[in-house]
Design a protein around this ligand. Structure first.
Ligand SMILES: C[S@@+](CC[C@H](N)C(=O)[O-])C[C@H]1O[C@@H](n2cnc3c(N)ncnc32)[C@H](O)[C@@H]1O
Length: 380
Protein backbone atom coordinates (compact mmCIF):
# COMPACT_ATOMS: atom_id res chain seq x y z
CA UNK A 1 0.00 0.00 0.00
CA UNK A 2 1.29 3.49 -0.82
CA UNK A 3 2.37 5.71 2.04
CA UNK A 4 0.65 9.03 2.63
CA UNK A 5 3.96 10.90 2.31
CA UNK A 6 4.28 9.53 -1.20
CA UNK A 7 1.00 11.10 -2.21
CA UNK A 8 2.16 14.52 -3.16
CA UNK A 9 -0.35 17.30 -3.51
CA UNK A 10 1.26 18.40 -6.75
CA UNK A 11 0.43 15.08 -8.46
CA UNK A 12 -2.49 15.63 -10.80
CA UNK A 13 -5.23 13.48 -9.18
CA UNK A 14 -4.18 14.85 -5.79
CA UNK A 15 -4.23 18.44 -6.93
CA UNK A 16 -7.60 17.93 -8.61
CA UNK A 17 -9.02 16.25 -5.51
CA UNK A 18 -7.97 19.08 -3.20
CA UNK A 19 -8.98 21.81 -5.66
CA UNK A 20 -12.40 20.23 -6.28
CA UNK A 21 -13.01 19.80 -2.54
CA UNK A 22 -12.26 23.43 -1.70
CA UNK A 23 -14.33 24.65 -4.66
CA UNK A 24 -17.21 22.67 -3.06
CA UNK A 25 -17.78 20.57 -6.15
CA UNK A 26 -20.56 17.94 -5.82
CA UNK A 27 -19.21 15.22 -3.46
CA UNK A 28 -19.53 12.50 -6.14
CA UNK A 29 -17.04 14.35 -8.34
CA UNK A 30 -14.55 14.81 -5.49
CA UNK A 31 -14.91 11.16 -4.53
CA UNK A 32 -14.20 10.09 -8.12
CA UNK A 33 -10.79 11.86 -7.85
CA UNK A 34 -10.18 10.05 -4.53
CA UNK A 35 -10.87 6.71 -6.23
CA UNK A 36 -8.60 7.57 -9.15
CA UNK A 37 -5.94 8.65 -6.70
CA UNK A 38 -6.12 5.31 -4.84
CA UNK A 39 -6.01 3.28 -8.05
CA UNK A 40 -9.71 2.33 -7.90
CA UNK A 41 -10.49 2.37 -4.18
CA UNK A 42 -10.25 4.87 -1.34
CA UNK A 43 -7.38 3.29 0.56
CA UNK A 44 -6.45 4.22 4.12
CA UNK A 45 -3.60 6.41 2.91
CA UNK A 46 -5.94 8.23 0.53
CA UNK A 47 -8.35 8.72 3.44
CA UNK A 48 -5.47 10.08 5.51
CA UNK A 49 -4.62 12.45 2.69
CA UNK A 50 -8.24 13.63 2.47
CA UNK A 51 -8.33 14.06 6.24
CA UNK A 52 -5.13 16.11 6.44
CA UNK A 53 -5.35 18.00 3.15
CA UNK A 54 -9.08 18.68 2.97
CA UNK A 55 -11.36 17.92 5.92
CA UNK A 56 -9.05 19.07 8.70
CA UNK A 57 -8.42 22.36 6.86
CA UNK A 58 -12.10 23.05 6.18
CA UNK A 59 -14.04 25.28 8.58
CA UNK A 60 -17.28 23.71 9.87
CA UNK A 61 -18.50 27.19 10.77
CA UNK A 62 -18.62 28.22 7.09
CA UNK A 63 -18.77 24.95 5.21
CA UNK A 64 -20.55 22.63 7.69
CA UNK A 65 -23.42 21.66 5.34
CA UNK A 66 -21.01 20.79 2.53
CA UNK A 67 -18.69 18.87 4.86
CA UNK A 68 -21.60 16.89 6.27
CA UNK A 69 -22.82 15.86 2.79
CA UNK A 70 -19.28 15.06 1.62
CA UNK A 71 -18.42 12.91 4.67
CA UNK A 72 -21.66 10.96 4.39
CA UNK A 73 -21.00 10.11 0.73
CA UNK A 74 -17.35 9.32 1.40
CA UNK A 75 -18.10 6.95 4.29
CA UNK A 76 -20.84 5.15 2.32
CA UNK A 77 -18.46 4.78 -0.65
CA UNK A 78 -15.63 3.32 1.49
CA UNK A 79 -17.94 0.98 3.43
CA UNK A 80 -19.71 -0.28 0.32
CA UNK A 81 -16.33 -1.20 -1.13
CA UNK A 82 -15.59 -3.29 1.98
CA UNK A 83 -12.72 -1.04 3.08
CA UNK A 84 -11.97 0.24 6.59
CA UNK A 85 -13.03 3.80 7.37
CA UNK A 86 -10.64 5.91 9.45
CA UNK A 87 -11.99 6.78 12.91
CA UNK A 88 -11.36 10.50 12.34
CA UNK A 89 -13.83 10.50 9.45
CA UNK A 90 -16.60 8.92 11.56
CA UNK A 91 -15.92 11.33 14.42
CA UNK A 92 -16.02 14.38 12.18
CA UNK A 93 -19.26 13.21 10.58
CA UNK A 94 -20.88 12.73 14.01
CA UNK A 95 -19.66 16.21 14.96
CA UNK A 96 -21.25 17.65 11.77
CA UNK A 97 -24.50 15.78 12.48
CA UNK A 98 -24.66 17.47 15.87
CA UNK A 99 -23.83 21.00 14.77
CA UNK A 100 -25.21 21.34 11.24
CA UNK A 101 -28.98 21.33 11.17
CA UNK A 102 -30.76 20.32 7.97
CA UNK A 103 -33.26 23.16 8.38
CA UNK A 104 -30.37 25.62 7.88
CA UNK A 105 -30.08 24.31 4.34
CA UNK A 106 -33.83 24.43 3.86
CA UNK A 107 -33.86 28.17 4.59
CA UNK A 108 -32.21 28.54 1.21
CA UNK A 109 -29.89 31.46 1.93
CA UNK A 110 -26.99 29.49 3.39
CA UNK A 111 -23.59 30.83 2.35
CA UNK A 112 -20.37 28.91 2.05
CA UNK A 113 -16.76 29.69 1.25
CA UNK A 114 -15.62 28.31 -2.11
CA UNK A 115 -11.96 28.44 -3.07
CA UNK A 116 -11.36 28.48 -6.81
CA UNK A 117 -7.84 27.47 -7.87
CA UNK A 118 -6.76 28.59 -11.33
CA UNK A 119 -4.25 25.90 -12.35
CA UNK A 120 -1.81 27.18 -14.96
CA UNK A 121 0.10 24.81 -17.21
CA UNK A 122 3.84 24.57 -16.45
CA UNK A 123 5.96 27.50 -17.75
CA UNK A 124 2.84 29.36 -18.79
CA UNK A 125 3.68 32.89 -20.00
CA UNK A 126 0.22 34.17 -19.03
CA UNK A 127 0.82 33.19 -15.40
CA UNK A 128 4.17 34.95 -15.27
CA UNK A 129 2.77 38.17 -16.73
CA UNK A 130 0.18 38.11 -13.92
CA UNK A 131 2.95 37.34 -11.39
CA UNK A 132 1.26 34.05 -10.53
CA UNK A 133 3.34 31.04 -9.53
CA UNK A 134 1.57 27.94 -10.90
CA UNK A 135 -1.80 28.60 -9.36
CA UNK A 136 -3.99 31.45 -8.25
CA UNK A 137 -6.47 30.82 -5.45
CA UNK A 138 -9.55 32.99 -5.03
CA UNK A 139 -11.84 32.46 -2.04
CA UNK A 140 -15.44 33.59 -2.46
CA UNK A 141 -18.44 33.60 -0.20
CA UNK A 142 -21.23 32.18 -2.36
CA UNK A 143 -24.84 31.33 -1.67
CA UNK A 144 -26.18 27.79 -2.02
CA UNK A 145 -29.30 29.39 -3.47
CA UNK A 146 -28.58 30.37 -7.08
CA UNK A 147 -31.34 33.00 -7.00
CA UNK A 148 -30.22 34.85 -3.86
CA UNK A 149 -29.33 38.53 -4.32
CA UNK A 150 -31.13 38.66 -7.68
CA UNK A 151 -28.82 35.74 -8.76
CA UNK A 152 -25.68 37.71 -7.84
CA UNK A 153 -24.62 35.83 -4.68
CA UNK A 154 -23.61 32.65 -6.46
CA UNK A 155 -21.04 31.97 -9.11
CA UNK A 156 -22.24 31.38 -12.67
CA UNK A 157 -20.38 29.42 -15.39
CA UNK A 158 -19.88 32.47 -17.60
CA UNK A 159 -18.17 34.23 -14.67
CA UNK A 160 -15.69 31.35 -14.47
CA UNK A 161 -15.18 31.51 -18.24
CA UNK A 162 -14.66 35.28 -18.25
CA UNK A 163 -12.10 34.87 -15.44
CA UNK A 164 -10.23 32.25 -17.48
CA UNK A 165 -10.39 34.59 -20.47
CA UNK A 166 -8.83 37.49 -18.52
CA UNK A 167 -6.01 35.35 -17.14
CA UNK A 168 -5.40 33.75 -20.57
CA UNK A 169 -5.09 37.12 -22.33
CA UNK A 170 -3.73 39.43 -19.61
CA UNK A 171 -2.08 41.64 -22.27
CA UNK A 172 -5.56 42.72 -23.43
CA UNK A 173 -6.33 44.08 -19.97
CA UNK A 174 -2.93 45.04 -18.57
CA UNK A 175 -2.41 48.75 -17.98
CA UNK A 176 -5.90 49.72 -19.09
CA UNK A 177 -6.88 52.80 -17.22
CA UNK A 178 -10.45 51.86 -16.42
CA UNK A 179 -12.47 48.72 -16.63
CA UNK A 180 -15.92 48.10 -15.41
CA UNK A 181 -18.15 45.10 -15.11
CA UNK A 182 -21.92 45.18 -15.28
CA UNK A 183 -23.75 42.69 -13.04
CA UNK A 184 -20.52 41.62 -11.31
CA UNK A 185 -22.07 39.16 -8.82
CA UNK A 186 -19.57 37.60 -6.39
CA UNK A 187 -16.61 39.63 -7.73
CA UNK A 188 -14.40 36.85 -9.16
CA UNK A 189 -13.83 38.77 -12.40
CA UNK A 190 -12.70 41.81 -10.38
CA UNK A 191 -10.03 39.79 -8.58
CA UNK A 192 -8.76 38.47 -11.95
CA UNK A 193 -8.72 41.96 -13.49
CA UNK A 194 -6.59 43.17 -10.59
CA UNK A 195 -4.23 40.22 -11.15
CA UNK A 196 -3.97 41.15 -14.84
CA UNK A 197 -2.46 44.48 -13.73
CA UNK A 198 -5.28 46.80 -14.76
CA UNK A 199 -4.70 50.22 -13.35
CA UNK A 200 -8.33 50.71 -12.38
CA UNK A 201 -11.18 48.25 -11.86
CA UNK A 202 -14.77 49.21 -11.14
CA UNK A 203 -17.31 46.48 -10.38
CA UNK A 204 -21.01 47.27 -10.44
CA UNK A 205 -24.26 45.52 -9.62
CA UNK A 206 -27.91 46.49 -9.25
CA UNK A 207 -28.54 44.41 -6.15
CA UNK A 208 -27.46 45.73 -2.75
CA UNK A 209 -27.04 42.36 -1.02
CA UNK A 210 -24.92 41.17 -3.95
CA UNK A 211 -22.82 44.31 -3.63
CA UNK A 212 -22.28 43.72 0.11
CA UNK A 213 -21.21 40.12 -0.59
CA UNK A 214 -18.92 41.28 -3.42
CA UNK A 215 -17.17 43.77 -1.08
CA UNK A 216 -16.63 41.02 1.49
CA UNK A 217 -15.14 38.80 -1.21
CA UNK A 218 -12.73 41.52 -2.30
CA UNK A 219 -11.61 41.90 1.30
CA UNK A 220 -11.13 38.14 1.61
CA UNK A 221 -8.81 38.20 -1.39
CA UNK A 222 -6.95 41.33 -0.43
CA UNK A 223 -5.64 39.40 2.56
CA UNK A 224 -4.49 36.58 0.31
CA UNK A 225 -2.61 38.91 -2.04
CA UNK A 226 -1.08 40.83 0.86
CA UNK A 227 0.32 37.65 2.30
CA UNK A 228 1.99 36.86 -1.02
CA UNK A 229 3.39 40.36 -1.23
CA UNK A 230 1.45 41.33 -4.35
CA UNK A 231 -0.18 44.69 -4.98
CA UNK A 232 -3.09 45.37 -2.67
CA UNK A 233 -6.11 44.89 -4.87
CA UNK A 234 -8.43 46.96 -2.72
CA UNK A 235 -6.61 50.08 -3.84
CA UNK A 236 -7.68 49.48 -7.39
CA UNK A 237 -11.04 47.69 -7.18
CA UNK A 238 -14.19 49.67 -6.47
CA UNK A 239 -17.73 48.33 -6.04
CA UNK A 240 -20.63 50.54 -7.13
CA UNK A 241 -24.41 50.27 -7.12
CA UNK A 242 -25.52 50.50 -10.75
CA UNK A 243 -29.01 49.34 -11.68
CA UNK A 244 -29.24 49.43 -15.48
CA UNK A 245 -32.79 50.82 -15.41
CA UNK A 246 -31.85 54.07 -13.70
CA UNK A 247 -28.22 54.55 -14.87
CA UNK A 248 -27.83 57.99 -16.44
CA UNK A 249 -25.38 59.25 -19.03
CA UNK A 250 -23.88 61.65 -16.49
CA UNK A 251 -23.31 58.80 -14.03
CA UNK A 252 -21.66 56.59 -16.68
CA UNK A 253 -19.56 59.51 -17.92
CA UNK A 254 -17.62 59.26 -14.66
CA UNK A 255 -16.36 55.78 -15.55
CA UNK A 256 -14.91 56.16 -19.08
CA UNK A 257 -13.85 52.51 -19.29
CA UNK A 258 -11.51 51.25 -21.99
CA UNK A 259 -13.03 47.80 -21.57
CA UNK A 260 -16.49 46.82 -20.33
CA UNK A 261 -17.11 43.27 -19.09
CA UNK A 262 -20.14 41.17 -18.29
CA UNK A 263 -20.88 37.51 -17.54
CA UNK A 264 -24.26 35.85 -17.64
CA UNK A 265 -26.16 39.11 -17.88
CA UNK A 266 -28.24 38.30 -21.01
CA UNK A 267 -31.13 36.28 -19.56
CA UNK A 268 -34.03 38.51 -18.55
CA UNK A 269 -35.98 39.91 -21.55
CA UNK A 270 -37.35 42.75 -19.40
CA UNK A 271 -33.85 43.95 -18.50
CA UNK A 272 -32.38 43.73 -22.01
CA UNK A 273 -33.37 47.22 -23.27
CA UNK A 274 -31.76 48.71 -20.14
CA UNK A 275 -28.63 46.57 -20.45
CA UNK A 276 -28.21 47.52 -24.12
CA UNK A 277 -28.75 51.20 -23.25
CA UNK A 278 -26.01 51.01 -20.58
CA UNK A 279 -23.62 49.18 -22.91
CA UNK A 280 -24.24 51.73 -25.67
CA UNK A 281 -23.57 54.68 -23.36
CA UNK A 282 -20.34 53.07 -22.14
CA UNK A 283 -19.10 52.16 -25.63
CA UNK A 284 -20.21 55.30 -27.50
CA UNK A 285 -17.15 57.17 -26.31
CA UNK A 286 -16.83 60.04 -28.79
CA UNK A 287 -20.49 61.00 -28.53
CA UNK A 288 -20.15 60.88 -24.78
CA UNK A 289 -17.21 63.27 -24.95
CA UNK A 290 -19.28 65.66 -27.02
CA UNK A 291 -22.10 65.37 -24.54
CA UNK A 292 -19.70 66.34 -21.79
CA UNK A 293 -18.27 69.27 -23.71
CA UNK A 294 -21.75 70.51 -24.60
CA UNK A 295 -22.94 70.20 -21.05
CA UNK A 296 -20.26 72.31 -19.46
CA UNK A 297 -18.25 69.38 -18.04
CA UNK A 298 -15.00 70.50 -19.69
CA UNK A 299 -13.21 70.32 -16.40
CA UNK A 300 -13.73 66.54 -16.37
CA UNK A 301 -12.13 66.22 -19.77
CA UNK A 302 -9.31 68.60 -19.05
CA UNK A 303 -8.53 67.15 -15.63
CA UNK A 304 -5.68 64.67 -15.62
CA UNK A 305 -7.68 61.64 -14.54
CA UNK A 306 -10.24 61.66 -17.31
CA UNK A 307 -7.91 62.93 -20.02
CA UNK A 308 -5.74 59.86 -19.37
CA UNK A 309 -8.74 57.58 -19.79
CA UNK A 310 -9.91 59.23 -22.97
CA UNK A 311 -6.73 59.42 -24.97
CA UNK A 312 -6.13 55.71 -25.63
CA UNK A 313 -9.77 55.22 -26.51
CA UNK A 314 -10.26 58.06 -29.00
CA UNK A 315 -8.49 56.23 -31.80
CA UNK A 316 -9.97 52.79 -31.38
CA UNK A 317 -12.94 53.12 -29.03
CA UNK A 318 -13.77 51.02 -26.01
CA UNK A 319 -14.89 47.41 -26.36
CA UNK A 320 -17.00 45.05 -24.28
CA UNK A 321 -16.37 41.36 -23.61
CA UNK A 322 -19.55 39.57 -22.62
CA UNK A 323 -19.55 35.85 -21.75
CA UNK A 324 -22.91 34.17 -21.98
CA UNK A 325 -24.71 30.85 -21.86
CA UNK A 326 -27.50 31.03 -24.43
CA UNK A 327 -30.31 29.44 -22.45
CA UNK A 328 -33.15 30.84 -24.51
CA UNK A 329 -32.51 31.61 -28.16
CA UNK A 330 -35.44 34.09 -28.39
CA UNK A 331 -34.01 36.13 -25.51
CA UNK A 332 -30.59 36.10 -27.11
CA UNK A 333 -31.97 37.12 -30.52
CA UNK A 334 -33.85 39.93 -28.80
CA UNK A 335 -30.50 41.12 -27.37
CA UNK A 336 -28.90 40.97 -30.84
CA UNK A 337 -31.73 42.93 -32.40
CA UNK A 338 -31.66 45.64 -29.69
CA UNK A 339 -27.86 45.83 -30.04
CA UNK A 340 -28.10 46.26 -33.80
CA UNK A 341 -30.64 49.06 -33.43
CA UNK A 342 -28.27 50.76 -30.98
CA UNK A 343 -25.44 50.49 -33.57
CA UNK A 344 -23.49 47.93 -31.53
CA UNK A 345 -21.42 45.36 -33.44
CA UNK A 346 -21.53 41.97 -31.72
CA UNK A 347 -18.88 39.39 -32.81
CA UNK A 348 -18.66 35.85 -31.49
CA UNK A 349 -14.97 35.32 -30.62
CA UNK A 350 -15.35 32.01 -28.75
CA UNK A 351 -13.39 30.05 -31.35
CA UNK A 352 -10.80 32.70 -32.22
CA UNK A 353 -9.82 33.68 -28.66
CA UNK A 354 -10.04 30.40 -26.75
CA UNK A 355 -9.07 30.77 -23.10
CA UNK A 356 -6.83 28.25 -21.33
CA UNK A 357 -8.60 25.53 -19.37
CA UNK A 358 -7.61 26.75 -15.91
CA UNK A 359 -10.23 24.72 -14.01
CA UNK A 360 -9.47 21.15 -15.22
CA UNK A 361 -10.85 19.76 -11.93
CA UNK A 362 -14.29 21.42 -12.08
CA UNK A 363 -16.42 18.61 -13.51
CA UNK A 364 -19.62 20.56 -12.90
CA UNK A 365 -18.42 23.42 -15.11
CA UNK A 366 -19.53 23.01 -18.71
CA UNK A 367 -17.36 25.28 -20.81
CA UNK A 368 -18.79 24.10 -24.11
CA UNK A 369 -22.11 25.85 -23.49
CA UNK A 370 -20.52 29.30 -23.08
CA UNK A 371 -19.96 31.87 -25.84
CA UNK A 372 -17.73 34.94 -25.68
CA UNK A 373 -18.83 38.10 -27.49
CA UNK A 374 -16.79 41.17 -28.32
CA UNK A 375 -18.96 44.27 -28.69
CA UNK A 376 -18.07 47.70 -30.02
CA UNK A 377 -19.92 50.79 -31.16
CA UNK A 378 -20.28 51.41 -34.89
CA UNK A 379 -18.96 54.97 -35.16
CA UNK A 380 -20.17 55.90 -38.65
C1 LIG B 1 -26.64 35.52 -13.41
S1 LIG B 1 -25.89 36.69 -12.38
C2 LIG B 1 -24.21 36.71 -12.98
C3 LIG B 1 -23.25 37.18 -11.94
C4 LIG B 1 -21.78 37.18 -12.35
N1 LIG B 1 -21.55 38.06 -13.46
C5 LIG B 1 -21.30 35.77 -12.67
O1 LIG B 1 -21.13 35.46 -13.87
O2 LIG B 1 -21.08 34.98 -11.76
C6 LIG B 1 -26.52 38.23 -13.02
C7 LIG B 1 -26.01 39.47 -12.29
O3 LIG B 1 -26.57 40.63 -12.91
C8 LIG B 1 -27.10 41.50 -11.93
N2 LIG B 1 -28.26 42.18 -12.51
C9 LIG B 1 -29.40 41.62 -12.98
N3 LIG B 1 -30.26 42.55 -13.41
C10 LIG B 1 -29.64 43.75 -13.19
C11 LIG B 1 -30.03 45.09 -13.43
N4 LIG B 1 -31.20 45.37 -13.97
N5 LIG B 1 -29.14 46.08 -13.11
C12 LIG B 1 -27.92 45.77 -12.60
N6 LIG B 1 -27.51 44.51 -12.32
C13 LIG B 1 -28.38 43.51 -12.62
C14 LIG B 1 -27.53 40.56 -10.78
O4 LIG B 1 -27.63 41.23 -9.54
C15 LIG B 1 -26.44 39.52 -10.82
O5 LIG B 1 -25.33 39.90 -10.05
Amino acid sequence: MEKEEELQESATPCLHLVSAFFACEPPDFVISYAREFGGGSITESVQSFIWNGCINKSDVKYNGPYLKRFLKKLIVEIESNGDVVLDELYEKYIFCLACVKDDELAKGNTRMLRRFSFLFPKDCSQASSCQILGKLEVTLQCSLNMLEGDTGCSIWPSGLFLSEFILSFPEVFSGKSCLEQVGSGVGLVGVCLAQANCSKVILTDGDLSTLANMKLNLELNQLATDMLGHTQINNTVQCLYLPWESATENELCEFMPDIVLGADVIYDPLCLPHLVRVLTMLLKREDLNLHYLNNGCKEHLNGNTHAEHLSPALGQGPVAYIASVIRNIDTFNCFLSLAEKAKLIVSDITDTMKPLDLFPYLKSYERSSIRMFKISYLCK
